[in-house]
Design a protein around this ligand. Structure first.
Ligand code: PEP
Ligand code: MG
Length: 849
């Protein structure tokens, strides 16, 4: 007899040695071959390759008789999809193929009339709906499972399909294969799987398997078993068994199904069929060991005999995923390196933040950009003052603003979450939100923000007022009505063990962007190797600092200015002492003052009046000064080093605070070599000027304190010109840290605060593949980085290179930085573990090449 499995490479009988691979036949087919190799009781199975299914979809008619020859002539069959990645979906399985009048008669003898009729009825309906594409409702009038119901189903089919129900198993199988192949190539299915990361030309394989019936005489039924709990990943026999059932019915009809293991809550398979249960458990343990994965087994018991129909990877929460790989490695089943490679870095964010429970219903009010992960519920407030009042009452609140500015830091510090109408991934709210670990949705333009009127209108027109409760899901970008069920963050020993394995492989440093003691503690908790960017301006918004800062801004001459800064100096020194102490000798890179001064001035009339009171000057003087500081384009105006050169007393004060804190730390047993970073540089001369003054301050502090100390001076490379002139600039610096937020803004000529307005449209229309403020543009911005690195390194070979923009935690950016020979990346504290894992995976992938 001809053997189709060998004659036709597109149709392969699954044997221990048949050629079978996931990229050609799909994961299910490959897994079934592994089960066959383990000698498990798997019914005869044939696999159709991607190529063969593609041909079917294009109209090619298969020779199904060749397939049928491989099975006993009275067998019923099922067909299941086998895509490369199970997450890409596929058409639903079709069972009981081959059922017709003749087999019905034979089965009535063998397994009883009721079971045989039930099987036939099910098949007619599945075939009608999934293959003949009839409406499910046409069978609504049919009740019961007896001969009458069967006759009615056959006649309804004939009426609706305008042909009798096909009796020839070959016709049935051919139609089913064709219909499943076509379903895969349909536009909706393709778009759905592409959304899950499938390539446009992802293939589908199909497996045709002999059925073990699960209905009939003796112990008959089907079920599903796994050895771990899907939520926790802890060992626990989980699943259900249902007598007289097929497929996954035991899970669908939970109220009727029974436990697997003995359970005080009710009957179990262990009591009903102890031998089958024991064999099942052994098979599951063997699969775990040999397939090196936690698998869910689909099984059927036919007249007391166990059959293993399928094995799929256990579905798992992020927490369970981590537990599972750590246990597999600890049991010696996989290596630690395998474990590290198996967890998607982004999935770690789920563990670091509270999340909306997957089971919780979502009443979506609107969506925006998911700018800072995690979820929180609170009452709406529209101002920072209201947020502080709410915090004082002990009520969690969500700060809702058109956009946030440094003035809102106080509100953000106490809010449970932030929602803004404007902004993108690197807008103020997004950056601060991520730093604070605060769930944040920005650019929620589908909602209407009427801040003055204190209302927020949902995308579907619902009006929310101050005090109404909403939930911000910063992981999905959704704004939800009311409160929802949450899953708490979880950083247990498993997490720590896993991360230590990742760190053992990593070959690039990971630091954190941290501005406050709380940030620094988080950074250390997540094992950041220092602070890569401390944005000092965030330290000036406490009320007791804001007033002297404003006095400084209003000062008439350098003497008055210095006097005002004298008040700020001790506070700033205390900030640095605290940061150095928290970081326990790890490097701390302090960026000198960066924003334009007007950000420190009150915008509201009442604030201006208060300032006039404090300074004892007329309100008109205040408004005049504010007007005089206004700029057409402040982000490209008097900020960063430009301010440092024009108003040098600010940098002098900061340098002094840093050096005095250094002397203090060195004396108190936490020695530190602080790193001082100059922002927004575009010319070598800027660095020379700042460096000269800083050196003078260092010399003065050394003399005054009679103490020596070292420090490092570096430049933040965030203007295109700084990249181009990195050779000159590097001559004066120990390090160059690339600020890709501003660099992206300036490379594209695209405001980082306004990009949210059209970014989704741009990505949708394919103008940009991704939001460049989110995923580093390795082509354009990347070219600037490459030039900067090349020129900086050739002028000063040992210059330390890093990146501190918001891109730093992404795999793509880390890959770029490793290739370009960067020393470290620096990202928001809550993203440090994500960056550590991504870097470890890249190093491992390189080793495996
Ligand atoms: C940058 O520009 O990339 C940066 C890190 O600084 P900031 O976001 O404070 O401008
Ligand atoms: Mg910047």
């Amino acid at each position: 007899m001809r053997n189709p499995a060998h004659d036709n490479p597109d149709v392969t009988l699954i044997t221990p040695t048949s050629p079978m691979a996931t990229p050609t036949h799909g994961g299910r087919a490959k897994c079934l071959q592994r089960l066959v190799r383990l000698d498990l009781p798997v019914p005869t199975t044939i696999a159709l390759s991607f190529a063969s299914v593609h041909k079917l979809a294009s109209g090619y008619r298969p020779d199904v008789r060749e397939i049928l020859e491989k099975f006993p002539s009275d067998a019923l069959l099922c067909v299941r999809p086998s895509s490369e990645d199970p997450d890409w979906g596929g058409p639903g399985a079709i069972l009981n193929i081959g059922m017709n009048d003749d087999r019905h008669a034979i089965l009535c003898e063998r397994i009883g009339k009721d079971a045989a009729t039930e099987i036939y009825l099910r098949f007619i309906q599945n075939y009608a709906i999934d293959v003949a594409r009839l409406d499910a409702e046409v069978f609504d009038g049919i009740s019961g499972t007896g001969s009458k119901a069967l006759a009615k189903a056959l006649s309804v089919y004939e009426d609706e399909a305008e042909e009798p129900f096909p009796q020839d198993p070959a016709v049935q199988l051919a139609e089913i294969l064709r219909s499943m192949a076509r379903a895969w190539e349909g536009t909706t299915a393709r778009l759905l799987r592409q959304a899950k990361g499938a390539p446009v030309d992802a293939g589908l394989g199909l497996v045709v398997q002999q059925m073990a019936l699960g209905l009939g005489t003796g112990a008959c039924g089907s079920g599903v078993l796994q050895l771990v709990n899907s939520e926790t990943g802890l060992p626990q026999i989980t699943g259900r068994y249902l007598s007289q059932s097929q497929g996954r019915e035991a899970l669908d009809r939970r109220s009727e199904s029974i436990y697997l293991e003995k359970d005080p809550r009710g009957p179990s398979l262990e009591e009903l069929a102890p031998e089958a249960f024991a064999a099942l458990k052994d098979h599951a343990a063997l699969m775990r060991r040999k397939l090196r994965e936690e698998m869910q087994i689909e099984f059927t018991i036919e007249d007391g005999k166990l059959h293993i129909l399928d094995g799929v990877r256990v579905e798992r929460s992020a927490r369970a995923a981590l537990k599972i790989v750590v246990r597999l490695a600890e049991d010696g089943i996989i290596t630690k390196q395998d474990a590290v490679m198996r967890i998607e870095p982004r999935a770690l964010s789920e563990l670091l933040h509270r999340q909306v429970a997957a089971s919780s219903p979502r009443d979506v009010l609107g969506t925006g950009i998911a700018a800072s992960p995690g979820a929180a519920t609170g009452k709406i407030v529209f101002t920072s003052e209201a947020a502080q009042a709410s915090a004082a009452r002990g009520e969690p609140c969500v700060l809702v603003r058109r956009e946030t500015s440094p003035e809102d830091i106080r509100g953000m510090n106490v809010a449970a979450a932030v929602l803004t109408e404007r902004g993108g991934m690197t807008s103020h709210a997004a950056v601060i939100g991520r730093g604070l670990g605060l769930p944040c949705v920005v650019g929620a333009t589908s909602m209407r923000f009427q801040i003055k009127r204190r209302t927020l209108t949902s995308a579907d027109g619902r009006v929310l007022r101050e005090g109404d409760e909403i939930t911000i899901d910063g992981s999905s970008g959704q704004v939800l009505a009311g409160s929802v069920k949450m899953i708490e963050a979880n950083l247990d020993d498993t997490f720590r063990t896993f991360m230590s394995w990742a760190d053992a492989e990593r070959d690039i440093g990971v630091r954190a962007n941290a501005d406050t003691p709380a940030d620094a503690k988080t950074a250390l908790h997540f094992r950041a190797q220092g602070i890569g960017l401390c944005r000092t301006e965030h330290m000036f918004f406490e009320p007791e600092r804001l007033t002297p800062m404003r006095e400084m801004i209003f000062a008439r001459d350098p003497k008055d200015r210095a006097a005002a800064l004298e008040l700020v100096l001790p506070m700033q020194r205390a900030d640095f002492i605290e940061l150095f102490q928290i970081m326990q000798g790890q490097p701390v890179c302090i960026r000198l003052f960066d924003p334009p001064l007007h950000e420190f001035l009150p915008t509201s009339r009442s604030g201006q009046r208060e300032l006039a009171d404090a300074l004892d000057i007329p309100v008109s003087d205040v408004t005049r000064r504010i007007d005089s500081l206004a700029e057409y384009n402040p982000m490209l105006g008097m900020r960063g080093v430009r301010l440092g050169i024009s108003v040098p007393e600010i940098y002098d004060m900061q340098a002094r605070a840093i050096f005095e804190a250094t002397v203090h730390s060195n004396k108190s047993g936490t020695p530190i070599v602080p790193e001082i970073m100059v922002p927004l540089v575009s010319a070598k001369r800027e660095v020379e000027l700042v460096r000269g003054r800083i050196e003078a301050v260092a010399a003065a502090v050394r003399t005054e304190k009679d103490a020596d100390f070292s420090y490092r001076l570096g430049v933040m490379v965030e203007t295109p010109r700084a990249c181009l002139r990195a050779g000159d600039i590097a001559e004066h610096t120990h390090f160059l840290s690339f600020g890709t937020n501003d660099l992206t803004q300036m490379a594209y000529g695209l405001s980082r605060d306004d990009a949210g307005r059209f970014m989704s449209e741009y990505v949708r229309q394919g103008v940009f593949e991704e939001d460049p403020f989110h995923i580093l543009d390795t082509e354009g911005v990347g070219e600037l980085l490459r030039l900067g690195v090349e020129r900086g390194r050739s002028a000063r070979p040992n210059v330390v290179l890093s990146i501190c923009g918001e891109h730093a935690a992404h795999t793509e950016s880390i890959a770029f930085c490793r290739e370009a020979g960067f020393d470290y990346v620096s990202c928001s504290p809550f993203r440090v573990p994500v960056a550590r894992l991504a870097a470890a995976q890249l190093a491992l992938a390189d080793k495996m090449k």
